[in-house]
Design a protein around this ligand. Structure first.
Ligand SMILES: NC(=O)c1ccc[n+]([C@@H]2O[C@H](COP(=O)([O-])OP(=O)(O)OC[C@H]3O[C@@H](n4cnc5c(N)ncnc54)[C@H](OP(=O)(O)O)[C@@H]3O)[C@@H](O)[C@H]2O)c1
Length: 252
């Protein structure tokens, strides 16, 4: 068939991943680059972003021309505003950003300020993305919650509350932002650097013990969650939904 003048130009898909310098976000960045997308990763630490850029461009057939890193703290509205002013309209926005340092605490000695940090990063940050991102009508906005909302443990009330709230936020925004689709991926335990903060020296032992309990027989790999995020991005009939990617952890 001859190429007609009216043949629409195929545009490169554009995605922003806040939290793309580590763990699940980094795995998604790698996956989206392999899919041919233009990828912007954002996070607070320029050093972590630079290390991620090195890792993502280390292979032959470098993807450097489709990768950009922007230093931004999702808890700071001016950062998020600047991020989207810098990169312009996008097709997809995903956040995996969270810093759980000190977030697990018994309610009797609950430190409100530390709890507030997690609310700001996961919940208010998600709302700031919804406010400032310019997303194509065919595009999507995806948040990352977590198993703590569905299988809570003592000391995890704040983490449970914040993750649980993301489901309601996504439902509400799926109505308000339509036709842009808004969803949540809820990981189970996944072997990423976040566990250095949560468990310290006990990281390996705790992940191994969980692997034995899970129907899946192992804990998650960051790519397991990245593939689920990709499914939410790609399936145009999914909106206002929480996709559980937990190896069956809600069942045990
Ligand atoms: N791994 C698990 O077992 C697990 C289980 C359930 C849920 N989750 C959820 O999955 C998400 C990703 O976790 P992960 O395991 O991939 O964690 P990770 O390896 O620690 O990565 C977190 C990323 O978020 C960024 N970040 C943290 N605070 C930020 C902020 N205020 N503004 C911008 N970026 C920020 C970090 O970079 P900087 O520090 O440089 O900002 C880093 O890139 C989190 O929401 C987590 O709660 C994880």
């Amino acid at each position: 068939m001859p190429v007609s003048e009216t043949t629409p130009e195929v545009q490169t898909e554009r995605i922003v991943i806040v939290g793309g310098s580590s763990g699940i976000g980094l795995a998604l960045a790698e996956l989206m680059l392999a899919e041919g997308a233009e990828v912007t990763i954002a996070g607070r630490s320029p050093e972590r972003l630079a290390a991620a850029e090195r890792e993502l461009t280390r292979q032959e057939g470098s993807t450097a021309d489709r990768l950009r890193a922007v230093t931004a703290d999702i808890t700071r509205e001016e950062d998020i505003e600047r991020l989207f002013k810098t990169i312009g309209p996008v097709d997809h926005v995903v956040t995996t950003a969270a810093d759980v340092t000190g977030a697990y605490q018994p309610i009797v000695s609950f430190n409100v300020r530390i709890g507030q940090d997690l609310i700001d990063a996961k919940l208010v940050g998600a709302m700031l993305l919804a406010k400032h991102a310019v997303i194509a009508p065919t595009g999507s906005l995806t948040f990352t919650s977590g198993i703590a909302a569905y299988r809570p443990a003592p000391g995890g009330s704040m983490v449970a509350a914040v993750n649980g709230a993301l489901a309601s936020l996504a439902s509400a925004l799926a109505i308000e932002m339509a036709p842009v689709r808004v969803n949540v991926a809820s990981p189970g335990w996944v072997d990423t650097p976040i566990w250095d903060n949560i468990a310290g020296d006990e990281k390996t032992a705790r992940l191994e013990a969980m692997a034995k309990r899970l129907p899946a027989g192992r804990v998650g790999d960051p790519d397991d969650i990245a593939q689920a995020l990709l499914a939410l991005i790609r399936n145009h009939f999914i909106t206002g939904t929480v996709l559980h990617v937990d190896g069956g952890q809600r069942l045990v």
